[in-house]
Design a protein around this ligand. Structure first.
Ligand code: SF4
Length: 329
């Protein structure tokens, strides 16, 4: 189980956008993802966190080949991911599935959910209709759906049941990687815990790896083995989940972790100044310097590389070893 399932190196996705007004306005580059490297082992979960617009979802689409990178590579089981749309890429697709935030938007309202669950096997041309139905019955049971719901339409189910349908459909091809993009944020709070427990059970039973994209650090902490923190298209900290939440090092991670609600005595909060900068006008040097309480002139001048510290944690901060930044959150 030690072989790397997925390895992304130096992924970039830049877009040309108009920064000025009108059709002849000046062009600018939006760096949605700007040099992201990550790896995922079978049966493990990598949580990808950060504020909205930091590039998490784009990273998820890049690793699956849904959008082509401007630069960088993705390797699946040690082999370069084939270009999207090619027969080799289509052959790999059943192994990697995506679960989106809004289950109603991910499903076709005009089709019974059973038909939609069987769809991936039908698309990939595998198995007879009877075998597809048998497999659908198996995955529906695995995600806690009843067979009488097979002929129901999406609007006839609750939000939690719809997300179970989306998961059942993703499981039909026995994937070994699910990219879950905010999979519970559209659900009622009462349902969220059920879906999180379901994801954990499925991982135990089937050994699926998850790239779990979320802005909800409480949930990420619950499901992840490792966590990567993104800010303005880059990873600023990465490490083992338990250790990272107990001892966040990057000031941005510290601010996010200190904002997680806890039972018991209130802890000191590290408040961020202002909003995230415009991604088409990323600040010079450390892109976090406009909001960082520890920023110095050096931070404004030089971009910190993502460095591996002696304990294995990766952090992109010039001052991470200084005592002022060594306080546990
Ligand atoms: Fe803050 Fe400077 Fe570290 Fe950036 S490099 S996180 S601005 S202390």
């Amino acid at each position: 189980m030690s072989m790397t399932l997925l390895e992304a190196t130096g992924l970039r996705r830049h877009y040309q956008v108009r920064a000025g007004r009108g059709p002849f306005g000046a062009k600018a580059v939006l760096r949605a993802v700007d040099g992201v490297s990550l790896s995922l082992k079978p049966g493990r979960t990598l949580g990808l966190v950060g504020e909205s617009g930091c590039g998490k979802s784009t990273t998820g689409k890049l690793v699956l080949g849904f959008i082509p990178p401007t630069a960088g590579t993705v390797r699946y089981r040690g082999t370069d991911m084939p270009p999207a749309g090619t027969p080799a890429w289509r052959a790999l697709r059943p192994r990697m599935q995506m679960v989106y935030q809004d289950p109603l938007g991910a499903l076709d309202r005009r089709l019974p959910v059973g038909v939609q669950i069987m769809e991936p096997l039908a698309i990939h041309g595998a198995k007879s209709p009877a075998e597809q139905r048998d497999r659908a019955a198996g995955v529906m049971a695995a995600v806690g759906l009843q067979m009488h719901q097979f002929d129901r339409y999406p609007h006839e189910l609750s939000g939690g049941q719809r997300q179970r349908v989306v998961l059942a459909r993703a499981l039909m091809t026995e994937p070994d990687l699910l990219v879950c993009d905010e999979p519970i944020s559209a659900l009622d709070v009462s349902i969220q815990a059920q879906v999180v427990n379901l994801l954990l059970d499925l991982q135990d039973q089937m050994g699926i790896a998850y790239l779990f994209i979320s802005h909800d650090l409480k949930v990420v902490r619950q499901v992840s083995h490792e966590v990567a923190v993104m800010y303005l298209g880059r990873i600023v900290e990465q490490g083992e989940a338990e250790d990272l939440f107990a001892r966040p090092l990057h000031p941005y991670t510290r601010a996010l972790v200190s904002a997680i609600p806890v039972l018991g005595p209130r802890r000191e909060r590290l408040l961020l100044q202002g909003d995230p900068p415009n991604p088409v006008d990323v600040p010079s040097g450390c892109s976090f310097h406009t909001r960082c309480p520890f920023a110095t002139a050096a931070c404004r001048a030089e971009t910190p590389a993502l460095r591996t510290l002696p304990d294995g944690r990766q952090v992109a901060c010039h001052r991470v070893e200084e005592p002022a930044l060594q306080v546990a959150a």
